[in-house]
Design a protein around this ligand. Structure first.
Ligand SMILES: C[S@@+](CC[C@H](N)C(=O)[O-])C[C@H]1O[C@@H](n2cnc3c(N)ncnc32)[C@H](O)[C@@H]1O
Length: 263
């Protein structure tokens, strides 16, 4: 899937770039949802299967259906998670198929990318049975998401137009309040939110930088749009900004906002 501002097409590269962190958030999210075993889940915007895999490991589901717009990610997720309880399908989050009903509809790090977040939440609500649960999380882009913030801050010093692409600017409104409002407006009940905090530990600068070259998501898509000279200048500017320890390693906080409600 190639949009003008972000590309989602190479599952291995996504996992090396963001999947390694999203898997950790997914684990904490599934623990927070605290569903009983034996439930039927749908994971909307399932990508390479980070959240689906956390559901399988932590929630003992009877079934999980992962739906994603990217054929390549769906193929990748199928390879990663061959489990008789799990199925991955190509589909659009705005129009979830009406023929299947679930106990729990979830979505990880995806709502902010949808053209119409309200429509996605409405589709998730319709996908669950009465008393079913609808829950999701998004990165706290404008708060603590240093993995991306250092990149975009450096990019803006070299190219002022990069500011319009900065996820902290584009997705500034995606916080606990916004999620809570969306859930209430969709008619969901007993709505609650929480923050999920992780620390991204990186061995060295290459461990931070090389995954951006895989071209997945807005920051890496922007990087690959630059010619070699500008790419090298941005790499040096990012390296200068990063809070590296004396041994060259990095610890960058990353936080997500999560929301849950019942139909
Ligand atoms: C940041 S990735 C998150 C993937 C995964 N949930 C995770 O936590 O690692 C965003 C995903 O949303 C998918 N996506 C974006 N818009 C979509 C839409 N309208 N319908 C279905 N999937 C969509 C992309 O293909 C991509 O896999």
């Amino acid at each position: 899937v190639a949009g003008s501002t972000e590309q989602w097409s190479r599952g291995g590269y996504y996992d090396a770039f963001m999947g390694r962190w999203s898997r950790r958030v997914a684990d904490d999210f599934v623990t927070w949802v605290a569903a009983d075993p034996g439930r039927r889940w749908v994971d909307v915007g399932s990508g390479t299967g980070a959240l689906t895999s956390a559901i399988v490991t932590r929630a003992r589901p009877s079934a999980v259906v992962g739906i994603d717009a990217s054929t390549e990610y769906v193929d990748d997720a199928r390879r990663r998670l061959p489990d008789p309880r799990v199925r991955f399908e190509v589909g659009d989050a705005h129009d979830l198929a009406a023929h299947e009903t679930f106990d729990i509809a979830v979505s990880g790090l995806m709502l902010n990318f949808a053209a119409d977040g309200e429509r996605v939440v409405a589709a998730m609500r319709r996908a669950v049975a009465p008393d079913g649960v609808v829950a999701a999380y998004v990165w706290d882009y404008a708060g603590r998401m240093e993995l991306l913030q250092h990149f975009w801050a450096a990019a803006a010093t070299l190219d002022p137009s990069a500011r319009d692409l900065d996820e902290a600017v584009r997705f500034a409104a995606w916080n606990a309040n916004r999620l809570s409002t969306l859930w209430h407006e969709a008619g969901l009940n007993e709505v609650r939110t929480t923050g999920i905090d992780i620390t991204c530990r990186l061995r060295d600068f290459d461990d931070y930088w090389l995954p951006f070259l895989g071209g997945q998501g807005p920051a890496a898509t922007y990087l690959l749009s630059l010619d070699e000279q500008h790419r090298a200048a941005l790499r040096d500017a990012v390296r200068t900004r990063l809070p590296m320890a004396t041994d060259g390693s990095l610890r960058l906080p990353a936080s997500a906002w999560a929301v849950l409600g019942t139909r």
